[in-house]
Every structure is written in structure tokens, then in C-alpha cells.
Write a protein that binds this ligand. Structure first.
Ligand code: ZN
Ligand code: ZN
Length: 379
């Protein structure tokens, strides 16, 4: 008998939860989405297929990853495949006598499913072959929505690094710098602070470019007027952080265009919307109700037509995961979820404002993981 570490026990627990979740529909599960594989066994390589069946877990990978998999995949048997990992995994499933294996239809392409079915031998017969793989939906992703204490701790650290970077940037940014230079400094500092990578391509959008919700940093020089929006995150121990702050570069915070709301008014409205949504966070409240809490403030101020995206998303091993906080979403929030709250208002050709925090859903409400100031800042 091999002794199992705490880590091994944690993965076994997660694997058991997946099997219980798919239990009614399938005997086991084939997991190919890499963040799911990492969540269930610790393997971080770029080629891995995990098979969960009864109390067994097998990780199929290729020769480049054998050594890495042996170290990372705790409590899981590693198989070095000479064929594509998913093909060998399917052959193993057949050989093990499994008749019905679950897969995540939200992550498996039609062509991948074809490969899985083609890996089964003709001996099985057409009927058994076509019945082998059953779509059990995003079983692992749903599990991943609720973070355990260890995951919350890592997310807390990643969020804290984000806040420290923002503080640093406040002392660094000056008019005349390019957006790219700002992003470069932020990303360099992130690496020094221990980030494995950025969570996504850093957004630095100045002046009228702040009206683009996803304005990547360009060689545009930052002017001494208007808004500067920074949306960024770091990856620490595999977990992503995500935050947005919008600061003002000076000059009259009024807009020139006729009928365009003032910059200060828009900022205050977005901030109020953001805080209203955070106040609405509570286990049992639907994602749609949190979205509506933000949207209704902007509606009151005649700005809801300029809020063109959803209010937030779950964050963890992936930068965008469940739950989705959008209009009419009926999914209920649960304690242990880590989500973003990020309303924004974008006036095309003029300016935009977005404010985003990461929050942990607790038994009594929300704990903000990114407590950097949201007060109006003029650099
Ligand atoms: Zn963001
Ligand atoms: Zn976000």
C-alpha cells in the first residue's frame, strides 16, 4: 500500500466528487480540458487526458511529460502514450470493460468526439461504440466554481499582488508615456512579485480608447487629460487574479460632445453600480440579481445603454469560468465562489470607465479580495 499525501487525498476527494456527479449517467469520466485535468490530479503539462473510473485515476500523456507528470500528478497512475493521449485513454477504457464513459460536451469538439469513437475497436459493435461516450456536461467546471480553503488562499495572494502592482503604477504613470510602456512596467513588476504569467493580455486604454472595453495597450502616448483604464491580473500557483481601475489624467473632467454626460458623473455612477452589485452578493441570490443591482443604478442615470457587457464572472484556474453574472442568469451564488464585479460605461469616441474587484462569496455576503482604492484618482 502506498502512503498518500495530503495533496493526493485532496485530488482523490475531487475525483470522487466528479464520479458522484456523473454517477447516474456514466460509469466514469474522460477529462481532456487541461485546467480540469490540473484541478483533478495536479498535472500542469500541455498534453494530458485523465480517465476517472471507480477509484482509479489514470493520466495519459506523452514522453515529453513523463517525468513532470510523475512528480505533479499525485495519487494518479501516469501512462506514457505512444499514440495521441486521448486515443490511448479510449483504448484503455474499452479494455477496462467500461460500457458508458462521460465526457464534457462543452469542451469536446465534434472532431475530438469522432477520434474518441474511432479509437474503439470494431469488436465492440456499432451500437456499443456509439453508446460508449455520454455528454455529462461541464461536470468538473461546476465543481471548480466552489473554491476550497487552499484555493481561496492562493486567489487571495494573487489578488493582493494585483493591488500592490496598482499602487506601484500610481507612482509610475506620467503623461507622455505610451500605453505599452505602462503595460511593460506592470508586467515586469508582476514577474518580480512572483507572477508565473499575466492572467490575460494587459489592458491599458487611455483617452478616447478607454471607450473600448478591451483596449489592449498600444504605442499611443498617454495625454494629460481624460481617463486611463487598466485591467490586468497575475497568475500565482496556477490561479488568476483580475482587477480594473480607471484613473483620470487631469484636465477638465467634462466632455465636449453635446449631450455627453460628464466624466466625473459617469465615474461616480459606475462606482455606485459596482458597489451596489457587491452589496447584492449573498449565497442564494441569483447571478442575474447581482447583475441587475449594477444595471439598475446605471439605468437610473440613463447610462445602462452604454453598459455593453455582463457584470462579472468566476475566476480561478481560468480567468473566465463559472458562474457568469449576466442579465437574467438564474444560477444561485454559493459560499466559496470567487467572482468579479465589473460594470463599465463606454461612450464611443469619448471615454469609458470600468471598475472591477474580485470578491469571495461568504456565508454573510462578499469579501473584497482586491481592496485597492476606488476613489476618484487624478494623476
Ligand atoms: Zn478584468
Ligand atoms: Zn474580469
Amino acid at each position: 500500500m502506498t502512503e498518500m499525501s495530503d495533496l493526493g487525498l485532496m485530488y482523490k476527494r475531487r475525483q470522487g466528487k466528479v464520479l458522484r456527479r456523473v454517477g447516474g449517467a456514466a460509469e466514469g469520466m474522460l477529462v481532456t480540458h487541461l485546467p480540469d485535468v490540473r484541478y483533478l490530479c495536479g498535472f500542469m503539462g500541455s498534453n494530458g487526458t485523465l480517465v476517472l473510473f471507480r477509484s482509479r485515476a489514470l493520466l495519459f500523456t506523452d514522453g515529453r511529460y513523463t517525468a513532470q507528470a510523475e512528480t505533479e500528478a499525485v495519487g494518479t497512475r501516469v501512462v506514457t502514450a505512444s499514440k495521441p493521449a486521448v486515443v490511448e485513454a479510449c483504448e484503455w477504457i474499452e479494455a477496462a470493460g467500461i460500457m458508458c464513459c462521460g465526457f464534457d460536451g462543452t469542451r469536446t469538439t465534434v472532431s475530438e468526439l469522432g477520434k474518441m469513437q474511432a479509437a474503439l475497436s470494431k469488436k465492440l459493435g456499432a451500437r456499443a461504440r456509439s453508446g460508449m461516450f455520454v455528454d455529462v456536461g461541464a461536470a468538473v467546471a461546476r465543481l471548480r466554481e466552489i473554491k476550497d480553503a487552499g484555493e481561496v488562499e492562493v486567489l487571495r495572494r494573487a489578488a493582493r499582488v494585483g493591488c500592490e502592482l496598482f499602487e506601484h503604477m500610481l507612482g509610475f504613470i506620467e503623461a507622455g508615456m505610451t500605453e505599452m510602456a505602462v503595460a511593460g512596467e506592470l508586467e515586469y513588476r508582476a514577474r518580480l512579485a512572483g507572477a508565473e504569467s499575466m492572467s490575460f493580455e494587459t489592458i491599458v486604454a487611455s483617452g478616447d480608447r478607454s471607450a473600448m472595453p478591451h483596449g489592449r495597450a498600444t504605442d499611443r502616448k498617454i495625454q494629460r487629460r481624460g481617463f486611463l483604464t487598466m485591467d490586468f491580473g497575475v497568475v500565482i500557483d496556477g490561479y488568476a487574479s483580475d482587477m480594473t481601475r480607471t484613473v483620470h489624467m487631469g484636465g477638465a473632467p467634462r466632455s465636449k460632445g453635446k449631450g455627453v454626460p460628464g466624466q466625473r458623473e459617469v465615474y461616480d455612477s459606475v462606482l455606485e453600480a459596482q458597489e451596489a452589485a457587491i452589496s447584492a452578493v449573498l449565497p442564494g441570490v441569483t447571478a442575474g440579481e447581482v447583475d441587475e443591482a449594477a444595471r439598475s443604478v446605471l439605468r437610473r442615470d440613463g447610462l445602462d445603454g452604454y453598459f455593453t457587457h455582463s457584470t462579472g464572472h468566476g475566476v480561478g484556474l481560468e480567468i473566465h469560468e463559472g458562474p457568469r453574472l449576466a442579465a437574467k442568469q438564474t444560477q444561485k451564488l454559493e459560499a466559496g465562489m470567487v467572482i468579479t464585479i465589473e460594470p463599465g460605461v463606454y461612450l464611443p469616441g469619448e471615454f469609458g470607465v470600468r471598475i472591477e474587484d474580485m470578491v469571495l462569496v461568504t456565508a454573510t455576503g462578499a469579501e473584497i479580495l482586491t481592496p485597492s482604492t476606488k476613489a476618484w484618482i487624478e494623476l
